[in-house]
Design a protein around this ligand. Structure first.
Ligand SMILES: Cc1cc2nc3c(=O)[nH]c(=O)nc-3n(C[C@H](O)[C@H](O)[C@H](O)COP(=O)(O)O)c2cc1C
Length: 220
């Protein structure tokens, strides 16, 4: 599936893994990129800019595909040396950077936002929030987005539930209430990563293609 986003980022599937604090490490980012989407390392998961340089190098060893960096710029209790993190990213040659700053979790849904964005923007854009399957991807494309950004879905790769083994079957949930994100897991620091569930992204895209081809065509 080709969109402006796949062409711009040099990826196979119009899917981006959003930055996730404590989750966006080299294992996940490389697995996502190797599966044909765009994986993302989360800069502030690393304790300092030097550790980030090492993490970027580790990710490069795991994939020869493009991956991105998320540098979250939000109010923090402890001051963050943002300039030094930026220098580390630039010096490492990473070309794709996601920054966060607006929680954007108000009551206006994607049903309103995406068509509006499609009307107002000439640049490619991604739909984000609540996407997890091919049906969602098809809907996002139909509403004018060039792809989707997923977070929570990547938490539950392999064995479907996370953290693996230690809390098998535990429900993972996330609130969409303002900026709070809650993962119902016992111990956040037990986030260790996993291999990508094999074929997950290819299946997701195939499902979207089938929906666009069969379901949407049958309505015409
Ligand atoms: C556990 C978790 C941690 C996250 N951490 C960050 C973060 O540090 N910076 C950021 O910009 N977005 C963060 N996000 C948001 C994701 O990048 C993504 O935009 C969002 O999860 C998409 O919505 P979805 O989870 O419904 O797919 C996080 C999301 C989750 C689930």
């Amino acid at each position: 599936m080709k969109t402006r986003v796949t062409q711009m980022l040099g990826i196979e599937h119009p899917i981006v893994q959003g930055g996730m604090q404590w989750v966006g490490r080299a294992e996940l980012a490389a697995a996502v990129s190797n599966a044909g989407a765009l994986g993302t390392l989360t800069a502030l998961t690393q304790s300092d800019p030097e550790a980030l340089r090492a993490e970027i190098a580790r990710c490069r060893n795991m994939t020869d595909k493009p991956f991105a960096l998320n540098l979250t710029i939000l109010p923090t209790i402890k001051s963050v040396p943002y300039d030094e993190y930026v220098d580390a990213i630039v010096a490492s040659g990473v070309r794709i950077v996601e920054t966060a700053g607006h929680p954007c979790e108000d009551d206006v849904t994607n049903l309103i936002l995406l068509p509006l964005a499609a009307r107002r923007l000439s640049i490619p854009f991604l739909a984000s929030g609540g996407f997890a399957d091919g049906r969602g991807l098809a809907a996002a494309l139909a509403m004018g987005a060039d792809g989707i950004n997923m977070g929570t879905r990547f938490l539950v790769t392999r064995s479907r539930f996370w953290p693996l083994r230690r809390s098998r079957g535990r429900r993972i949930s996330r609130t969409l209430s303002r900026s709070s994100r809650v993962c119902a897991a016992e111990n956040f620091s037990s986030l260790e990563i996993w291999n990508m569930e094999s074929g997950l992204l290819a299946r997701l895209v195939a499902e979207a293609e089938a929906i666009i081809r069969d379901r949407l065509n049958s309505l015409l």
